[in-house]
Design a protein around this ligand. Structure first.
Ligand code: FAD
Ligand code: NAI
Length: 475
């Protein structure tokens, strides 16, 4: 016997579970299929983000930051500590608890919103009259008939050719989040978001961390003034970052991992480490979806081909999140999920790709929205830039964290804010004001005229806006 639904979502990550909830809110009879298993084999919805991504990484970043503060910064506040230690098992246990709270939260939300949840792998069987037949393979195999299908099957880590992940020595994000003891020497290939976040976690806990990056520029997609400031801070903290390398071979044995590479000058080098994290990007995941059965079109990189509104080549089949073009971010996946559910309901769901914020949760944090200075230059757009350093911000001084700045870029004629770039404390929270401002097409003068609480880090955003007009008050 098959069960029929208006909407079947395949994948229960941020793209999928949010799409399912929104579809149910809109009155659709909705199902969500997700195959992620917890360590007991039970359901663990939330996808990469909840299980091996956003949430566990932020839990470990928090634990390791406490450790670093206790070891290096508490003394500045007159707080003395003896015999500081880190219990890695306990730290990982706490992280697992945080993950489980999120898994359970999603199962609760499914019940609350009357979304039928199926634990197992969903795959296309065939097109049927007015929809699609979807098989669920798992402990309880099922057949579902869906009028509309939303594919939200996410992404997997990209492996380095010749260096498959074993999660013991050569680690993806999964293994990087559960190293059982602090390695003495940790190698990281790729100085992108995962490399910097996970490299920071284990460095703070005592590992000697070397990051090898292929590109000659550090964080090339980030505004370069901000990236340079971040690079300076990370290097000062002890993160060794080598740019412009070419990896030639990775060998792993019981003793650890050896990476042979050519450095930026072409000289042959060897890096010997106990563990190696490979974080060189992610690839769309359509494994087991059986796209051939219905002719769902993928591009040459394996991503589901969609238009600007997440429509695939098949009527009634949509795709959102990491499995389609665009930034691989949880909040982008969520926004697409909501917009698709609303489009199925005949509404005008909308995602503004120009105002999707990015955050790298290192210390200092890096956050930005909109265009970088290098992008504006390339586009030949005339702009004015204003920066304000946290060094001149009272709250940052009181916090004891004055690294970095807020930078605002505004159109030279209209003064519309084109981009905001932050490196410094709580950049992840501060960026929200910039996103709101850009969504409302605010000018830098708008931000400069708004009353900001004192003392607060947000005053640095106001001052950066004032700096666009060369009239900072506190610098
Ligand atoms: P996923 O979260 O990957 O979910 C897909 C789900 O579909 C999975 O549960 C999978 O098991 C399931 N699935 C796949 N195929 C099938 C099938 N055939 N049948 C049933 N189920 C299936 N983004 C941020 O915005 N902020 C962060 O701080 C952040 N930190 C990150 C840290 C790390 C270490 C990593 C790896 C990623 C991080 N990301 C972060 C990126 C974020 O995790 C992804 O962008 C997000 O999870 C994408 O959501 P999604 O729903 O498209 O896919
Ligand atoms: P990434 O794209 O951020 O960085 C990959 C880095 O590896 C790049 O700098 C690239 O030049 C480099 N690289 C590629 N091939 C290489 C090679 N052969 N040798 C050396 N360097 C090489 O990818 P990452 O860090 O794996 O993360 C994947 C995605 O997950 C991110 O792009 C992001 O979308 C998401 N993510 C988001 C987070 C956040 O929002 N805070 C945190 C972590 C991940």
């Amino acid at each position: 016997m098959s069960q029929s639904f208006d909407v079947v979502v395949i994948g229960g990550g941020p793209g999928g579970y949010i799409a399912a909830i929104r579809a149910a809110q809109l009155g659709f009879n909705t199902a969500c299929i997700d195959e992620w298993k917890n360590d007991k084999g039970g359901p663990a919805p939330g996808g990469t983000c909840t299980n091996v991504g956003c949430i566990p990484s932020k839990a470990l970043l928090q634990s390791s930051e406490h450790f670093e503060h206790a070891g290096h910064h508490f003394a500045d506040h007159g707080i003395g500590l003896k015999d500081l230690s880190i219990d890695v098992a306990k730290m990982l246990g706490r992280k697992n608890t945080v993950v489980k709270q999120n898994n359970d939260g999603i199962l609760y939300l499914f019940k609350k919103n009357k979304v039928a949840f199926f634990h197992g792998r969903g795959s296309f069987v065939k097109a049927v009259d007015g929809g699609y037949e979807i098989a669920v393979a798992g402990d309880k195999p099922e057949t579902l008939i869906a009028k509309n299908v939303i594919v939200a099957t996410g992404s997997n880590p990209r492996a380095l050719p010749g260096a498959a992940f074993d999660e013991e020595n050569i680690l993806s994000n999964d293994g990087a989040l559960r190293i059982p003891a602090v390695p003495k020497r940790l190698g990281v290939i790729g100085s992108g978001v995962i490399g910097l976040e996970m490299g920071s976690v284990w460095r703070r806990l005592g590992a000697e961390v070397t990051v090898l990056e292929a590109l000659p520029t550090f964080l090339g997609a980030v505004d370069q003034q901000i990236a340079k400031e971040a690079h300076k801070a990370f290097t000062k903290q002890g993160l060794k970052i080598e740019l412009g390398v070419k990896i030639s071979e990775v060998k792993s044995d019981k003793k650890g991992v050896t990476v042979a590479y050519a450095d930026a000058k072409g000289a042959v080098q060897t890096l010997a480490v106990d563990k190696l994290i490979v974080s060189i990007g992610r690839v769309a995941n359509t494994i087991g979806l059986n796209v051939e059965a219905v002719g769902l079109k993928l591009d040459e990189r394996g991503m589901v081909v969609v238009d600007d509104e997440c429509r695939t080549n098949l009527p009634g089949v949509w795709a959102v999140g990491d499995v389609v073009r665009g930034p691989m971010l949880a909040h982008k996946a969520e926004e697409e999920g909501v917009a698709v559910a609303e489009r199925i309901a005949g509404q005008h769901g909308h995602v503004n790709f120009n105002t999707i914020p990015w955050v790298i949760y290192t210390s200092p944090e890096i956050a930005w929205v909109g265009q970088t200075e290098q992008q504006l230059k390339e586009a030949g757009r005339e702009y004015r830039a204003g920066t304000f350093p946290f060094m001149a911000n009272g709250r940052a001084r009181a916090l004891g964290d004055t690294t970095g700045m807020v930078k605002m870029l505004a159109d030279a004629k209209t003064d519309e804010i084109l981009g905001v770039h932050i490196v410094g404390p709580f950049a992840s929270e501060l960026i929200a004001e910039a996103v709101v401002a850009m969504e409302f097409k605010a000018s830098s003068e708008d931000i400069a005229r708004i009353c900001h609480a004192h003392p607060s880090l947000s005053e640095a955003t106001k001052e950066a806006a004032l700096a666009v007009d060369k009239r900072t008050l506190n610098f």
